[in-house]
Design a protein around this ligand. Structure first.
Ligand code: 4NP
Length: 172
């Protein structure tokens, strides 16, 4: 059997709003199920305007409200090496996916997917919250959290703290 993808790059346009959140949330979900050391996770933007900048304060804030610290992340642009170094490049919206496919060597095109679709929760975009209000960031957080849990499950990261069969569960 082929090994499950383990090197995952989350990609949006600026790498300051959506993909830093996706990176932080997926890392947190993986840690919750004791699988964080199974993954190498990063994020990048198809554009380089914000390279070197921390995430948007609204992304930092919504993550912090949910107990996740993404403030140490710094934006960077997608590089040619990313198509070699990662097993999966997951775009937040269809435009990100199109841009990635356009830059990908043919041999790496199979690594590029729409995040929510690859996670199995529908052919849907994560909307760009940059020009909207704080509620847009909460909506994005929820979508990314649902998608991260679905992705972790798809990649076989299961909850090691879950009761094994035959044992009583405290969850009713
Ligand atoms: P992101 O959001 O792609 O989720 O990081 C954006 C951030 C910045 C810009 C656009 C989208 N911008 O045009 O600067």
């Amino acid at each position: 059997m082929l090994a499950q993808p383990s090197h995952i790059l989350f990609v949006c346009l600026g790498n300051i709003c959506r993909s830093p959140l996706a990176e932080g949330i997926f890392r947190s979900v993986a840690a919750t199920v004791g699988a964080d050391n199974r993954f190498a996770i990063d994020s990048a933007g198809t554009g380089a305007w914000h390279a070197g900048s921390p995430p948007d304060p609204r992304s930092i804030q919504v993550a912090a409200r949910h107990g996740i610290d993404i403030s140490a992340q710094r934006a960077r642009a997608v590089s040619a090496a990313d198509f070699e170094n990662f097993d999966l490049l997951l775009g937040m919206d269809r435009s990100n996916v199109e841009t990635l496919i356009g830059r990908s060597p043919a041999r790496a095109e199979h690594k590029v997917h729409l995040f929510l679709e690859y996670a199995g929760i529908g052919h849907r975009d994560v909307p760009d919250p940059y020009y909207g209000g704080a509620d847009g960031f909460e909506t994005v957080y929820r979508m990314l959290h649902e998608a991260s849990e679905a992705l972790a499950s798809k990649l076989g990261a299961r909850d090691v703290s879950a009761p094994i069969s035959g044992q009583a569960s405290s969850i009713t």
